[in-house]
Design a protein around this ligand. Structure first.
Ligand code: C2E
Ligand code: CA
Ligand code: CA
Length: 913
């Protein structure tokens, strides 16, 4: 949804891109200039300073060279003066000797030596005669004598009377062979004629010593040259050998030019002097001699300090530049980071704004500081209503305090919580949400924020609930099904275990529901089940469970029953369960109206309790089910508690149910006959047919056990018909044999009476065996006779009309209404065995027997006493006027053969008696 606006924004920005871009480029350029400018300025200032410093160094070098040149000038001048003094003194001495007549060589020699002894540099003092021949002086006494006639200095002295002190070119001494400079003066005869010349040969080495007194540094130079630039001496020796050759005239162009300008002194700077070194050179013409003093200081030397300065400046500059650069880089980095952070924040803000999940941010006290649009929509509050308020205001009461405390505990411990929550919107509606909350903590571990994001899962939940409901409920009655019941039971059992309470289960089965279904159709049956469900639901509390297991089976679970204080019996549970069972009996026993039909059904209820009858759902249900079967066999429309023995019985019952199918066909059923004796005549008047079943595994199964099963499974009709057929066939045989008035008594089940066409069936059977109705007596129990009186009455009258005798069996055990019994076409009552049993000991039983016999007689009915076992009982009954007796005293029920034998024997005994 947010794509469109963002695309539009993009288009708008491209339209203004060019000027903005240009501006940005300019700004960047400006930034660069601002960044570089200080560096340039500092460099320029540094260069200026260094340059001026260099000039100062240069200036200092100039001054120094000039001073040194001046000093050398003075020193050489002084030396020359001294030499001149010595020469002049010797000239005076010689001229004095000549004036006195002739030269005294020895005296002259002595004078010279006295001069030499005073000044070692005057070692080479010699005197030449008018021809130039050395006549006095050290080292001249060699053969042939040394002649200076060829020397330039001698020629000058000889030829120029006003030559004065003359200094020669550097020349090779003829005496020592060393390079020397010769200083000379002429001496004259008294008449003024040239008499000869005195010369002082000063070795260049001596001059050099003079030069050496000057400190010009390792690369400096001090040079003496003559007027024609010829090298006289230099110190120190130049590296270039040719530069050291005496007489060489190589000088740098700058020097030559400076000197040739004619000034007596000057300073030049030469990049390349004669020995290839850059120097500042000061030259000076000596006043006393035609010599040029040149003092040179090498730039390398005098600029060392400056170079250090440059180096230091460069170092410092580089350092500063580095500092500045890194500062600048850091600044740029910070700016870039800032920009990234800003972009990131913008992105996050976008995500926050457009997120489909509701996001809410609170402070450390759960007060809302931010809520995004999705959350605003979810909650229904305006942003202003949310901000500043506690998040708790949204909590739905559907979230339990326990859930909330778990949430906060988890948040505190782990900093995070996820799960489902109920949130309440402004309109009061509660919404299930999937929520994830996290804690934002500060440096001191204090809670700064809570960030919660939530998705409304109402729809998912609703769908889930629906599926769950379908999976857990019965579609017909909307009651929980078996699956759900088991889950709820587990929960209820767990609760009960924890709380020390008990749970009761009522297993309810509707009696004869199958009949309704079969006769009126499924939709009627369904209608009835729906009403059963509604009635059950109306009986119980919200916390109790009503479930339908399927068919006509319902389960009712009562929870939270207080446990009994007694150890072995749970007093409360039976009482509560029995009370509920009674209410269920009453509620479900009411007629049902479905599709215009009035239906009657009753429930059979089995009761089990947790924990006594089962500690898990399956066991408890199985046992309650067994108890329900017990209720069925106890005549339906009642309730029974479960006992372990009953469980066993129900298993056996299942075995019997299976075994009973096809028992007739397999010939497992047969009849025994028990004689009935007339008290007055002691004659056997009748035989009660009693059904027997020989089960292939269980052996003889008593009828009380399997007849209810036959009734429940609907087999009783077939079995009943079979019994009737067998009994009639047998009695027909006996009648035909010896006992033409013999009667057989056949027991009837309630269902047989309800079968349409039962009367014709009996009539046809009698007819088939050629018997009159007097050959048959039908026994029906009290309760059967009492049920559905109209129909039963009709049926019985039908049977009576065929001459069939009708007896009420087990009389005294039910609550027969005599007034009602009077209406029925009965022939006799059968006094139940339980009264006969104690007839001689129990006054009450005796009274019942007495009253019954009297009453029966007054109604015109005969009385048969059952279970007569002793002579005393027989005697007692005889006195009471009982008509017929039956019991072990005479005979147990017998097989056909035994019975025939008994009849024969008894007849003979009777005859004998
Ligand atoms: P009932 O009709 O009351 O049958 C009498 C029962 O008492 C018989 O048990 C018999 O064996 C027993 N009995 C007879 N004399 C004495 C005596 O002196 N002492 C004692 N202790 N018992 C005596 P049985 O044969 O086990 O039959 C039990 C019940 O089964 C019958 O009770 C009857 O209700 C039913 N029944 C038996 N056969 C049939 C039948 O063919 N159809 C139907 N519907 N029910 C039958
Ligand atoms: Ca009977
Ligand atoms: Ca009986």
């Amino acid at each position: 949804m947010s794509f469109l606006p963002s695309a539009a924004r993009h288009q708008a920005s491209t339209a203004t891109a060019t000027p903005a871009l240009r501006l940005r480029v300019w700004l960047r350029l400006l930034l660069c200039v601002y960044a570089v400018l200080p560096v340039l300025v500092v460099c320029a200032l540094g260069a200026l300073a260094l340059n001026s410093s260099r000039q100062q160094y240069e200036e200092r070098a100039r001054l120094l060279t000039q001073n040194l040149a001046a000093a050398l000038d003075r020193s050489v001048a002084a030396n020359v003066e001294k030499i001149d003094l010595a020469l002049s003194s010797i000239v005076d001495h010689l001229e004095n000797q000549l004036a006195r007549g002739a030269l005294d060589a020895d005296a002259a020699n002595a004078h010279i030596h006295s001069q030499i002894s005073r000044r070692s540099e005057l070692e080479g003092l010699r005197v030449a005669d008018v021809h130039g021949t050395a006549i006095v002086g050290p080292g001249i006494d060699r053969k042939p004598p040394v002649s200076f006639a060829d020397r330039e200095w001698f020629a000058v002295q000889r030829d120029k009377p006003d030559a004065g002190l003359h200094m020669s070119q550097p020349i090779m001494s003829k005496i020592t062979g060393n390079w020397i400079i010769s200083f000379s003066r002429r001496y004259c005869a008294p008449d003024g004629r040239f008499a000869g010349a005195v010369s002082a040969a000063v070795p260049l080495g001596y001059l050099k010593n003079e030069l050496m007194t000057l400190d010009v540094g390792p690369h400096g130079t001090v040079v003496l040259r003559d007027a024609n630039f010829r090298l006289v001496v230099r110190h120190p020796q130049a590296l270039m050998a040719s530069a050291n050759v005496v007489g060489n005239q190589t000088v740098s162009a700058e020097l030559r030019q400076g000197v040739l300008q004619g000034e007596p002194r000057g300073t030049v700077h030469s990049r390349r002097t004669a020995d290839g070194v850059e120097r500042t050179l000061s030259f000076r013409r000596l006043q006393v001699a035609p010599l040029l003093v040149i003092v040179g200081l090498a730039s390398d030397d005098y600029l060392t300090g400056w170079r250090d300065e440059v180096r230091n400046a460069v170092f410092v500059g580089l350092g500063l530049l580095l500092l500045y650069g890194s500062g600048l880089a850091f600044l740029l980095h910070v700016v870039a980071q800032n920009k990234q952070a800003r972009q990131r924040i913008e992105l996050l803000a976008q995500a926050f704004e457009h997120s489909g999940e509701g996001i809410v941010i609170t402070d450390g006290h759960t007060r809302i500081v931010e809520a995004n649009p999705a959350y605003v929509e979810q909650s229904g509050y305006a942003p202003a209503e949310l901000v500043g308020h506690k998040l708790a205001l949204l909590a739905s009461p559907r979230s339990t305090p326990a859930e909330r405390s778990t949430l906060w505990r988890t948040l505190r411990d782990t900093g995070r919580w996820r799960g489902e929550l109920w949130d309440r919107a402004k309109d009061g509606s509660d919404h299930p949400k999937w929520v994830s909350i996290s804690v934002v903590r500060g440096d001191g571990d204090e809670v700064l924020h809570y960030v919660a994001s939530s998705v409304d899962i109402s729809e998912v939940k609703a769908a889930e609930d629906k599926i769950l409901h379908l999976a857990h409920h019965d579609t017909l009655t909307q009651l929980p099904n078996r699956v759900f019941l088991i889950g709820r039971l587990q929960q209820a059992m767990a609760d009960a275990r924890r709380e020390g309470t008990e749970v009761a289960m009522l297993f309810i089965d509707m009696d004869r529901f199958k009949n309704i279904n079969d006769t009126l159709g499924h939709h009627v049956g369904d209608g009835l089940l729906v009403q059963v469900g509604q009635r059950l639901r109306g009986l119980v509390r919200e916390s109790d469970i009503v479930a339908r297991l399927g068919g006509d089976e319902f389960v009712l679970v009562l929870t939270g029953i207080a446990q009994s204080s007694t150890l072995h019996s749970a007093q409360d549970t039976p009482r509560v369960a029995a009370a509920m069972a009674a209410r269920v009996l009453a509620a479900l026993g009411e007629p049902y109206f479905v599709d215009g039909h009035e239906l009657h059904s009753t429930p059979s209820i089995g009761i089990g309790a947790f924990p006594h009858d089962g500690t898990d759902p399956d066991t408890l249900m199985k046992n309650a089910d067994a108890a329900m079967y017990h209720a069925k066999s106890a005549g339906r429309n009642n309730f029974q508690f479960f006992t372990a023995a009953m469980n066993q019985a129900s298993a056996e019952r299942l075995q019997l149910e299976v075994g009973l199918r096809g028992a007739i066909e397999r010939g497992e059923l047969f009849l025994h006959y028990q004689p009935q004796v007339d008290v007055a005549s002691s004659q056997v008047v009748g035989l009660e047919a009693l059904l027997r079943w020989r089960h292939p595994e269980l052996g003889l199964v008593p009828p009380l056990k399997f007849i209810t099963i036959a009734e429940d499974t609907g087999q009783i009709e077939a079995i009943g018909a079979w019994v009737l057929e067998q009994a009639l066939a047998q009695v027909a045989r006996w009648r035909a044999a010896h006992w033409p008035t013999l009667r057989v008594a056949v027991n009837l089940s309630a269902q047989q009476l309800r079968t349409d066409g039962f009367v014709p069936l009996v009539a046809q059977a009698l007819q088939r065996h050629g018997l009159s109705g007097q050959a048959l007596e039908l026994e029906i129990t009290e309760s059967v006779a009492m049920r559905d009186p109209v129909r039963t009455g009709e049926m019985l009258r039908g049977l009576r009309s065929h001459g069939v005798a009708l007896a009420i069996d087990d009389f005294g055990t039910g609550h027969s209404s005599l007034a009602y019994l009077k209406q029925l076409p009965l022939s006799c009552l059968k006094l139940d065995r339980s009264f006969v049993m104690d007839i001689e000991h129990d006054a009450n039983d005796a009274a019942i027997c007495t009253a019954t016999i009297q009453m029966a007689h007054s109604l015109g009915l005969g009385v048969v006493a059952e279970g007569v076992e002793t002579a005393v009982q027989l005697e007692f009954l005889r006195r009471l006027g009982c008509d017929t007796v039956q019991g072990y005293f005479f005979s147990k029920p017998l097989s056909v053969d035994d019975c025939t034998a008994f009849l024969l024997e008894y007849a003979m005994e009777a005859v004998a008696a």
